[in-house]
Design a protein. Structure first.
Length: 143
């Protein structure tokens, strides 16, 4: 079975839980926050893999579909403009930690870090699912 993660969703889900335990005004502005967030990411990743394995799934490929600046903004500048912007998180640190985490997964778990400039995670999930489907291989998408 192939597993495709939407890494942005995965990271933001962990972020919203981890920041509840922080006393920082701006989450990820302290080293303690950064260490705790990285631990949360690792713990959540292993939890998801264990759930799949406990359900009888044998994982052959793991893909982390990673966002970049969307091509949609070139066509429609107002794309996602109405989304609420959070001021209680240092998002520069968030993306730095996510990059380190994805590199860790590549080295330690053979995870495929999929990132294409101009593509969103959803675009990459679509492409990877088509690749696996063409090989008649089962795929689980976590988003």
């Amino acid at each position: 079975m192939n597993v495709i993660f939407d890494s942005n969703y995965f990271g933001l889900r962990a972020l919203n839980v981890a920041k509840l335990a922080s006393t920082s005004k701006i989450y990820l502005s302290s080293e303690d926050d950064k260490v705790d967030f990285l631990k949360k990411l690792k713990m959540d990743f292993l939890y998801e893999l264990n759930k799949i394995s406990d359900g009888g799934g044998v994982i052959t490929n793991i893909v982390m579909a990673t966002e970049s600046y969307s091509w949609r903004k070139e066509i429609f500048p107002e794309y996602k403009a109405n989304r609420e912007k959070k001021n209680d998180v240092d998002f520069n640190s968030f993306y730095e930690i996510m990059d380190k985490f994805l590199d860790y997964l590549m080295i330690n778990y053979g995870v495929i870090k999929s990132k294409v400039e101009g593509a969103e995670g959803d675009d990459l999930i679509f492409l990877w699912s088509n690749v696996f489907m063409s090989k008649k291989s089962n795929t689980l998408i976590l988003t």
